[in-house]
Design a protein around this ligand. Structure first.
Ligand code: A3P
Length: 272
């Protein structure tokens, strides 16, 4: 579009900043960082390092697409620019804003067992509080309200994938949204990444040899031109252990929502 050409003033060999042609929209704690890092193994991908929060933070959105562009990495013409901001998925104002930027944008959504995602979400927020030396309630206090689960607990709501996805499907066809199975990405990343390459119409360049299981980390790590790296220690945290009865209730809570989600996307996931 002409907008990009107007703003892409500093051009050398076609290297310039470009608006993202693909966005990892979430879900928070689904494995969004792993997905972005793994996608960055591809030579035709240029990824924004930090979460940009353009469409969900008013103080950013107000500054317009010129600001958004300025946050993007330098890329060459054959590269796809990608950014990830997991908060986009659950922010109701975001789908329309993304659509207005580019109705043909390709969206990546990585989902994970919704109960596991709640535990992961809790572990992250707890960690943030501990770091600031602030108190934080035990998960039981947030999850349970009497004999029921507390629907106002934000982490529960964020795992209601069908509800959030509906907001996106008002603007984008399902074929514009590729679902990455976050549980599979943990267990066996390569096949999931091959599917992502196909969806993005990238040449198959990511290899099985780019991944090796690190026993100490307990997760796959990346190997890129002889360089080994694992994700930051904040990825792959211990989750709180729930009393079996509460865990059963948590899983049951997502039973119907999951069915709705499977119907919406025309596929199933092996979640509890
Ligand atoms: P946990 O820390 O709860 O295990 P996000 O980047 O969206 O915040 O997601 C974090 C999650 O990515 C982690 O949640 C972890 O399970 C998952 N993950 C997937 N692949 C990973 C990998 N190779 N290394 C570390 N974490 C990975």
């Amino acid at each position: 579009g002409s907008f990009q050409e107007d703003l892409g003033a500093v051009v050398t060999n076609g290297s310039t900043q470009r608006l993202p042609q693909t966005i990892i929209i979430g879900v928070r704690k689904g494995g969004t960082r792993a997905l972005l890092e793994m996608l960055s193994l591809h030579p035709d991908v240029a990824a924004a390092e930090n979460e940009v929060h353009f469409f969900d933070w008013e103080e950013h959105y107000r500054q317009g697409l010129g600001w958004y562009l300025s946050q993007m990495p330098v890329s060459s013409p054959h590269q796809l620019t990608v950014e990830k901001t997991p908060a986009y998925f659950t922010s109701p104002q975001v789908p329309e804003r993304v659509y207005r930027m580019n109705p043909a944008v390709r969206l990546l959504l990585i989902v994970r067992d919704p109960s596991e995602r709640v535990l992961s979400d809790y572990a992250q927020v707890l960690h943030n509080h501990v770091q600031k030396r602030k108190p934080f309630p035990p998960i039981e206090a947030l999850l349970a309200r009497g004999s029921r689960l507390n629907p106002d607990y934000k982490a529960l709501n964020r795992s209601l994938y069908h509800a959030h996805l509906r907001a996106w499907l008002r603007f984008f066809p399902l074929r514009s949204i590729h679902l990455v199975d976050g549980d599979r990405l943990i267990r066996d990343p390569f096949p999931e990444m091959q599917k992502v390459e196909r969806f993005l119409q990238l040449a198959p360049q990511i290899n099985a040899s780019n991944f090796y299981f690190n026993k100490t980390k307990g997760f796959y790590c990346l190997r890129d031109s002889g360089r080994d790296r694992c994700l930051h220690e904040s990825k792959g945290r211990a989750h709180p252990r729930l009393d079996p009865e509460l865990l059963r209730r948590l899983r049951e809570y997502f039973h119907e929502p999951n069915k709705k989600f499977f119907k919406l996307v025309g596929r199933t996931f092996d979640w509890h």
